[in-house]
Design a protein around this ligand. Structure first.
Ligand code: CDP
Ligand code: MG
Length: 833
């Protein structure tokens, strides 16, 4: 009895201690920003408490009991009818057959690379194997597994799936955490999160205390975050021998990763897919009755010809499959417009042949083919939407008794997700319109037919001109194989490629890793905030190092915006920017809005720049759309146009007329809603990190003081600035690096003949043939003097030098002194906040 009572006492004490620690731990899972209190204590989070160390053996026994309780629960679930069904499904997955081999490889190696075809069960099974394994569970006092996903939607949907496979609710053993959203509880031991979340977590705790296993999923995608994480983890593994790292890839070339981690072990999960028949464009056309004659064979048209055609913008309306080779080749080209940036694919034209072809194929399958769902790979959300609209006017495809039409993209809701994985009712054909998210990270079981448009949106970066490009580009051969493979999971399948074979032959083998084609500013900021030493040295240790010029540009930029000092150390402003989960320039704007009491419009601008262009411009109604937009554009500012549009929409929403309002004014209701939600999220974030206090009204004033808002925009966007030179009833623009630049035709400033101020600040310049600016705002000299360029003393009247990435104003000594002293005060104000 005495012993029992003693154990009871220990147990109670231990439980209290454990729940206290769990509380701290749940906070940690949240990946809170730096200074939010009780983080960083030196105690081990899952070790038995110090005070109980004398009775460690007892505590361990109790822990064992608990874990055996957990196992008992699992066993009970697996023996229930539902559980048995799921277990049967799980055991049928190729990964499950390798369970023992995987577990033994994990226990023998610190780093393991697992590759296996998409759908073989890597993401859903491997973390569960670890969770269920006795040996892994007993290492320390339980295991805590983090599994990273490149996309938030994948993290959520996979965690839901795994929880349901375990017969649990989400947030029990299995949880997820993505930006601004999460679900996890005290008993969570397996957390799916985006790679960004884990990187943020490293900010608080470099050693990832309490975490026993890290699984980095989808490494074949070579995202910038994953490449970055691998460098950090490589160092961490050296000083934390008990930490296990598992890398998972959907392609079978694991050698690159293996050699990066000192020839780490690799494992291939043998997969099985049914054969998939390939139809290229020529086959589809033949099927549709179009005959190729010897003089219009595709081989006559080399890649160059096709590229040339990509650049032209056919405006002719095509309502039917047409018979000329040129038109056929155009059908291959889903990108019917030249300058398409920041998702301005909103001018997608649903009448193009590509759409007609898809409709034709879908209709054929629905009417004649065996059962099985259809997956259509499109470029992005906009063309998915446009295609959906078109299909909904089709007599067969719009019939809900015959067709279940779903969209799969980054921002779908959970009902859509559920429907996507479920089998449709008998006699109903499921059609899923998807972005490349369905290529590897989401697997829909019953797909038999795949339609592949051959393109995806790819962003790239031109370091020489410091310019970003975001354009639909042809995918790689590896991606084509992935897309095709989706059709052969349950039975032999069919894959329709909407481009000719000769175009396929010209595809590159792999896509360039992101770190080589993206601006590196945010990455550099992260390196600094994680105290990882010199930026260049750190990046030189990456799997593939980015160009030196790209690194220098990023560092230079961060210095110019005041996030780094001249020794490349973080400034106070820089430290705040690392906490805000958005591009540094947008973070800067928010901070300005807080300090100068004009947060309301700034929140809208920052949210507006984080979503798709809210102004729609359908090709056939361009004039009407522009006229509608002009009512919001009195300020020579695209940013303020967003604010005005949002405010009017919000007013209409009060009377429940928001949707109508959007419809009449060519605004995207989805974008408006996202802006609305983001505003709330950003505001609560600012509150969380203490920049905004509880009394919102004092800091969230809506000020129509355009000077102030222009200043905020300039403060954020500088050195994105160009000078406006008027001549003969028009004006031209010049930036520091490029010389002459043009305005995107959608910009409100493109329709002006004069600009009342000598400067335009811009969000982004994009190179297509020339350099184009989107989203610009006119600003006066004084704003640039205070919040932009540098000020030096000159002997003559004010003149200006543009060099080395910044503007230098030379003004008379007295004026220079005045401005410099005001700037010092402003700097102090901003930094003290
Ligand atoms: O990661 P990997 O591509 O290897 O496969 P997975 O995501 O683990 O999926 C394994 C299997 O689980 C797939 O073949 C799907 O059939 C099934 N699954 C599902 O039915 N519903 C989900 N939400 C996720 C997966
Ligand atoms: Mg997966």
């Amino acid at each position: 009895t005495t012993v029992l009572r003693q154990v009871d006492g220990y147990l109670q004490e231990y439980q209290t201690e454990k729940s206290r620690r769990k509380e701290i731990f749940s906070d940690l899972w949240c990946a809170r920003p730096r200074d939010s209190g009780s983080i960083g204590t030196d105690e081990g989070l899952f070790e038995p408490p110090q005070s109980l160390s004398s009775s460690r053996a007892v505590v361990e026994r109790i822990l064992c009991q608990r874990s055996s309780q957990m196992r008992d629960q699992q066993r009970a679930w697996q023996e229930s009818p539902d559980g048995r069904k799921i277990l049967e499904f799980r055991s049928s997955l190729p990964a499950y057959k390798e369970k023992e081999a995987i577990l033994s490889a994990i226990s023998r190696n610190q780093v393991l690379i697992i590759s296996g075809e998409t759908g073989c069960g890597k993401t859903t099974q491997v973390p569960q194997f670890i969770l269920e394994s006795e040996t892994e569970l007993l290492r320390g006092a339980g295991c805590n597994i983090i599994c990273t996903q490149p996309r938030r939607i994948a993290a959520i949907s996979v965690s839901e799936r795994v929880a349901s496979e375990r017969g649990e609710k989400l947030g029990e053993t299995v949880g997820y955490k993505v930006r601004l959203e999460g679900m996890r509880g005290r008993d969570t031991h397996l957390l799916f999160c985006t790679t960004g979340i884990l990187l943020r977590r490293l900010l608080d705790d470099k050693n990832l205390k309490g975490i026993t296993h890290i699984i980095v999923d989808e490494i074949h995608e070579r995202g910038i975050n994953e490449d970055f994480l691998l460098v950090v983890l490589k160092d961490l593994l050296a000083c934390k021998p008990e930490l296990k790292l598992i890398l998972m890839s959907a392609t079978l070339d694991a050698e690159l990763f293996s050699s990066y981690f000192n020839s780490a072990s690799t494992m291939k999960i043998p997969g099985f897919t049914y054969p998939v028949r390939t139809h290229f464009l020529e086959d589809i056309l033949e099927m549709s009755g179009y005959r190729l004659t010897p003089d219009n064979q595709f081989d006559d048209y080399g890649q160059e010809r096709i590229w040339k055609m990509n650049k032209q913008m056919p405006r002719k309306r095509k309502s039917q499959l047409s018979s000329s080779v040129e038109d056929v080749l155009r059908a291959a080209d889903f990108n019917y417009y030249s300058l398409q940036t920041r998702e301005s694919l909103s001018c997608w034209n649903p009448d193009c042949i590509g759409f007609n072809l898809i409709e034709y194929i879908l209709c054929n399958i629905c009417e004649d083919e065996r059962p099985g769902s259809i997956l259509v790979f499109m470029i992005g959300w906009e063309d998915i939407n446009a295609l959906k609209e078109k299909l909904l006017t089709h007599p067969v495809l719009s019939d809900p008794n015959r067709v279940l039409l779903l969209m799969c993209h980054g921002s779908m809701d959970s009902l859509e997700q559920r429907l996507m994985f479920e089998e449709p009712e008998a006699g109903v054909r499921k059609i899923v319109l998807a972005t490349n998210i369905a290529e590897t990270s989401i697997t829909i079981n019953d797909i038999v037919f795949v339609i592949d448009c051959g393109k995806a949106k790819e962003s790239s970066y031109d370091a020489l001109n410091n310019t970003r490009c975001l354009l639909p580009t042809w995918i790689s051969k590896v991606s084509v194989q992935q897309r095709k493979g989706r059709a052969g999971r349950v039975q032999p399948g069919e894959c329709y490629h909407l481009y000719p074979r000769c175009v396929y032959d010209s595809f590159t083998e792999h896509q360039l890793p992101e770190i080589l084609r993206m601006p590196l500013q945010s990455l550099c900021l992260q390196i600094k905030s994680l105290k990882l030493g010199s930026i260049s040295e750190f990046l030189s240790r990456a799997l593939q190092s980015p160009e030196i010029l790209a690194v220098q540009n990023a560092i230079e930029y961060l210095k110019t915006i005041g996030a780094l000092d001249k020794n490349e150390n973080l400034t106070i402003l820089g430290r705040q920017l690392t906490v805000l989960p958005m591009e540094p320039k947008l973070g800067k704007m928010l901070i300005f809005g807080v300090i100068f009491n004009c947060l309301d419009p700034i929140l809208t601008i920052v949210a507006g720049l984080s979503v798709r262009d809210p102004f729609l411009t359908p090709l056939d109604k361009k004039d009407l759309a522009q006229a509608a937009k002009s009512q919001f554009s009195h300020d020579y500012s695209d940013h303020l146009a967003i604010v005005r549009a949002y405010d009017s929409w919000k007013d209409a929403e009060i009377d429940n007329a928001g949707h109508d309002y959007c419809w009449k004014n060519f605004l995207s209701p989805q974008s408006m809603k996202v802006i609305d939600a983001l505003r709330v999220e950003f505001l609560s974030l600012l509150k969380d990190i203490g920049l905004v206090d509880g009394n919102m009204s004092s800091c969230n004033a809506w000020s129509y003081d355009m000077y102030l808002i222009r200043a905020a925009i300039c403060y954020g966007l500088y050195p994105g600035i160009c000078s406006v030179v008027h001549k003969d009833n028009s004006f031209s623009l010049k930036t520091m690096e490029d010389g002459k630049v043009l305005l995107h035709s959608n910009s409100v400033n493109a329709r002006e003949t004069t600009i009342p101020y000598p400067w335009l600040v811009f969000n982004e310049k994009i190179k297509v043939n020339s350099v184009f600016l989107r989203d610009s705002t006119a600003v006066p000299d004084s704003v640039v003097l205070l919040f932009g360029g540098r000020i030096s003393k000159g002997d003559t009247d004010c003149h200006l030098k543009m060099s080395g990435g910044y503007l230098e104003f030379f003004v008379k000594p007295a004026v220079a002194d005045m401005y410099q002293s005001i700037r010092k005060d402003l700097d102090k104000l901003i930094h003290s906040k």
